[in-house]
Design a protein around this ligand. Structure first.
Ligand code: ADP
Ligand code: MG
Length: 211
């Protein structure tokens, strides 16, 4: 009853697409402070390509859906975020397997596998001022809530709160990965664009689960 269906996961992607499209200029503004002013355009273009692809392909299983998302992001978005988000979805898809719905535990393991992919690819550590700073606390909060008996919707709400806190905690950090790291100390005082889109990724899933 508490399982996460393919429809909910598709709704997640559609809400994430809407979120990055609505906030494209905001994400770009964040990236103009400490990067090359294209994070909003990157994410909006990538998610538009994803929605077009799944509309045609109509994936029938969780792994098909998420692998399609990952491959589309890798091929349609340049820069750091395309391969990183792409890897996240590819690895999550592989971990979830050819199923039509996910238990709360399986969703947690899938998200964790996605995050492990981001780590392997980007080698970020906590405090490096990246998307990892939003995603890691989110998945910890999710796992803690599920272990305490929460269903997937409650756990993902806790994860979304933790992701927002993680995002905000990037402001005083010195960037140590990606383009922002070229600025060194001058990256202090700005929100990380990737942590901001990553918090949107988790809150979009919470919104999809809330229905
Ligand atoms: P680019 O950095 O190529 O301009 P984007 O602007 O689309 O690409 O994405 C920048 C975001 O990517 C950063 O805000 C950061 O969160 C994330 N990022 C960059 N490098 C890494 C990394 N090595 N590991 C994790 N996240 C990273
Ligand atoms: Mg950029």
């Amino acid at each position: 009853m508490d399982n996460v269906t393919l429809d909910t996961l598709t709704d997640w992607l559609s809400r994430f697409h809407a979120a990055v499209t609505e906030r494209r200029d905001y994400l770009t503004e964040l990236d103009s402070a400490i990067g090359d002013a294209e994070h909003g355009a990157n994410m909006a273009r990538g998610m538009a390509a994803v929605m077009a692809k799944i509309d045609v392909a109509r994936p029938g299983t969780v792994d098909e859906l998420l692998k399609t998302v990952g491959m589309t992001l890798v091929s349609s978005v340049g820069g750091a975020s395309g391969p990183l988000y792409g890897t996240f979805f590819l690895r999550m898809g592989i971990a979830c397997g050819a199923v039509c719905e996910l238990t709360p535990e399986a969703l947690g393991s899938g998200l964790r596998a996605g995050l492990d992919g981001v780590l392997q690819r980007g080698k970020a550590e906590l405090g490096d001022k990246t998307m990892y700073d939003a995603l890691f606390p989110a998945l910890e909060a999710y796992a803690t809530a599920v272990a305490a008996g929460s269903g997937a919707p409650g756990a993902i709400d806790a994860a979304a709160d933790a992701a927002r806190l993680g995002r905000d905690a990037t402001v005083p950090m010195v960037a140590r990965k990606g383009r922002a790291s070229y600025l060194g100390e001058r990256s202090v005082g700005h929100l990380d664009p990737g942590a901001t889109s990553a918090a949107m990724l988790i809150s979009s899933l919470a919104a999809a689960m809330a229905g």
